[in-house]
Write a protein that binds this ligand. Structure first.
Ligand code: FAD
Ligand code: MLT
Ligand code: ZN
Length: 468
């Protein structure tokens, strides 16, 4: 493709069109090394106009584009195919915060802005941007929008979808749709903004967004609890809400094997409990609010009812950070056991203990010695039912069994009316499985949307919907 590469260099500068193996390496594989591709080139435009020029040139040359933000995704959505035919479009240079409107409760940011920088910009005007993920120091707003990211504050604020008021999108043919509105109400037809959220870059490239800001919540009360069972973790939710109402922000679950991983990595276990399940609870409110009293009363009631066995409450910001790390570091700590087969399932909250109770013996029968590392966002009915290899099985042999092992987890989830991807999306890794669990009508509708917006099929092909 010498002509296309020359045109791209003319459009955005030759130093931003990378083709050398050493230069493209960081964009060619995901952070776990679970997905690897071979990009034709990596292009790094710095503005919406440059993104538009790149996409138009690629479209006219019939070359596919793979958008990439912070490359922290879990399902290979930002990784190109292995045949050297696709361009990775990195949004990392679109990193301007265009406007902050504290009284109006909005912030307008470009797609490459890192999530932690949006949170900091909100805090600098005494507001909160509530999306919170373990990857917030690296993931970008564009990736958060494209995956409809979830995380640890969904219980109170909803997913990324709920934070987006307007979008600017470069369409697959290079046209720019300026939907950067900050309206709270707008019923003028199909909701195009929502259509691009969670589309994983298959319908267009998000270049900027108007996001909502919330009142700051400087008063925080955080506890790490030992739990008798997953059923107790589920029953705890309505009880906590009784005491904390909307101030309940976080309700996370960590199994003992997951806790042991972060403790082995150097973190301190604040309870010497032999429980099988643990949880992180956080209440947050405006300055002066009584979240600590509410938490104490709620925990007292939970202990009395046998829903909580023991609790450690953070007495300082440093202790709070320590409790949060016990949950947030699990994902990375699991990689120390070798390759992980990841699952991101959601079920109705009242069914939460079913997959946990049912799956362990079935998986053990399928692969003796397999190690489930379970944790997740229990307040949202979302479990990361991740699997690590038996100690004696080589990593490659374990990975080769992904399809059959995942089918066990996904079948059990589907039987409960659940979803096989609660928050991570589908990428290339789960696209085929998701289509298999959806009805023909639903898959037809999704294909019709894709064909309407991307008739040439050049925008992140093979992601979300499998290639036909
Ligand atoms: P990338 O990985 O670069 O891309 C993800 C997808 O979005 C790809 O399909 C890509 O093509 C597309 N994309 C990226 N930018 C754009 C754009 N501008 N326009 C169109 N498409 C685009 N996720 C959760 O939901 N909840 C969690 O709790 C959570 N915890 C995590 C913890 C850790 C330690 C790690 C490493 C990851 C975690 N993730 C979590 C997954 C990941 O961080 C999120 O999916 C995040 O939203 C991805 O953002 P990114 O910028 O890294 O996107
Ligand atoms: C998390 O919640 O920590 C991630 O979304 C889960 C994972 O790494 O599987
Ligand atoms: Zn998660």
């Amino acid at each position: 493709m010498p002509d296309l590469l020359t045109d791209l260099r003319d459009a955005i500068g030759s130093e931003h069109v990378l083709t050398e193996a050493a230069d493209v390496e960081a964009y060619a594989a995901d952070w776990r090394g679970a997905y690897r591709g071979t990009p034709l080139a990596v292009v790094r435009p710095s503005s919406t106009a440059e993104v538009s020029a790149v996409v138009r040139l690629a479209h006219d040359a019939g070359v596919a584009i793979v958008p990439q933000g912070g490359n922290t995704g879990m399902c290979g959505g930002a990784i190109p195919s292995g045949d050297g035919s696709q361009i990775v479009l990195s949004l990392g240079r679109l990193r301007r915060i265009r406007a902050v409107d504290a009284p109006g409760g909005t912030i307008t940011v470009e797609a490459g802005v890192v999530l932690a920088d949006v949170q900091a910009a909100a805090a600098s005007v005494d507001r909160l941007f509530p999306l919170s993920l373990g990857s917030e120091g690296s993931c970008t707003v564009g990736g958060n929008i494209a995956t409809n990211a979830g995380g640890t504050a969904v219980l109170r604020y909803g997913m990324m979808r709920a934070q987006v008021l307007g979008l600017e999108v470069v369409l697959p043919d290079g046209r720019v749709w300026d939907g950067l509105r900050s309206l709270r109400k707008d019923n003028t037809g199909y909701d195009l903004t929502q259509l691009f959220i969670g589309a994983e870059g298959t319908l267009g490239v998000v270049t900027a967004a108007v996001l909502t800001l919330h009142p700051a919540t400087p008063a925080r009360a955080t506890a790490w609890v030992a739990l008798p069972s997953v059923a107790a973790a589920a029953s705890l939710l309505p009880l906590l809400r009784e005491y904390a109402a909307e101030r309940l922000t976080t309700r996370e679950l960590v199994s003992r094997p997951a806790l042991e991983l972060v403790v082995d990595a150097g973190l301190q276990d604040p309870l010497s409990s032999d429980a099988s399940w643990f949880g992180l609870i956080e209440l947050a409110g405006p300055a002066g609010s009584s979240v600590d009293v509410d938490l104490e009363r709620a925990l007292g009631a939970a202990i009395e009812l046998g829903l909580v066995l023991d609790a450690a409450v953070a007495g300082s910001p440093a202790q709070r950070t320590g409790l949060w790390a016990l949950r947030e570091r699990v994902s990375e700590a699991q990689e120390s056991l070798g390759p992980t087969i990841k699952h991101d399932v959601s079920v109705p909250i009242t069914s939460l203990s079913s997959p946990v109770d049912q799956l362990a013996p079935v998986l053990e029968a399928a692969l003796p010695g397999i190690r489930p590392i379970i944790y997740g966002h229990v307040g949202d009915g979302n479990l990361h039912y991740n699997l690590s290899r038996p100690v004696s099985l080589p990593g490659d042999d374990f990975v080769a069994r992904t399809e059959s092992l995942s089918r066990i987890v996904h079948d059990a989830t589907a039987a409960l009316g659940g979803s096989i991807s609660a928050e991570h999306g589908l990428g290339s890794g789960k696209a085929a499985a998701a289509s298999a669990y959806k009805s023909e009508v639903e898959v037809d509708l999704m294909r019709a949307v894709k064909a309407a917006l991307d008739p040439a099929g050049l925008m992140n092909p093979g992601k979300v919907l499998p290639l036909q």
